[in-house]
Design a protein around this ligand. Sequence first.
Ligand code: HEC
Ligand code: HEC
Length: 163
Amino acid sequence: MKTATHNSYLESLAGRALLLLAFCWAATDVAADSRFAPVANDKWQAECGSCHLAYPPQLLPAVNWRNIMSRLDKHFGTDATLDVATAAAIRTFLESNAASGKRAAVSAGTLRMTETPWFLREHREVDARIWKSTAVKTAANCGACHTTASRGDFGERGIRMPR
Ligand code: HEC
Ligand code: HEC
């Protein structure tokens, strides 16, 4: 009898904890949004992370990834060609984890996430001078400001603005 009461007390505690968790989840929508689930793919990490950050797939919609992957020989002024099997595996990975929701509001021809409406909106307060500074050089250099970018974390706490 005593155990039963104890159990139901624990159960109601667990229920409350869940409710609280759900509430926090909803309240921290913005913070959750700046963290991209650390999806992992060895080929993608090795091949797409050798010249720059392996940009999280959640940053561009599937059609835009497809367009990037179909033109690797002319990749932003460089040749990033891969063998057919590796390219296909990476393409599948990118497409199946691609942007949805508000980050998907991008025209199909856009190859740069740094030109998407969400990127421009999130960065509208960054001084034009900083983008061109020697520490940053290009907006594509996420890690210059987002110190935790390689973990897929673009949250405010990881930001250190260069001077
Ligand atoms: C040989 C070097 C190299 C490799 C390998 C490479 N890239 Fe790039 N990538 C570049 C350069 C250079 C830029 C232009 C960066 C800039 O504008 O500062 C770029 C830019 C990009 C951008 C646009 C960044 C922006 O401005 O929003 C995306 C997206 C991208 N690469 C995806 C990939 C993917 C996916 C792979 C793997 C299949 C890959 N890259 C492999 C050199 C490379
Ligand atoms: C010059 C520094 C700088 C560079 C480079 C930069 N960012 Fe940011 N980023 C910021 C600042 C500052 C904010 C705004 C933080 C705020 O107002 O909450 C921000 C915000 C963001 C946010 C929203 C974070 C949130 O809490 O909602 C995302 C996502 C993001 N950046 C992604 C990127 C990606 C991806 C790249 C590279 C392609 C990049 N950023 C390059 C400085 C930078």
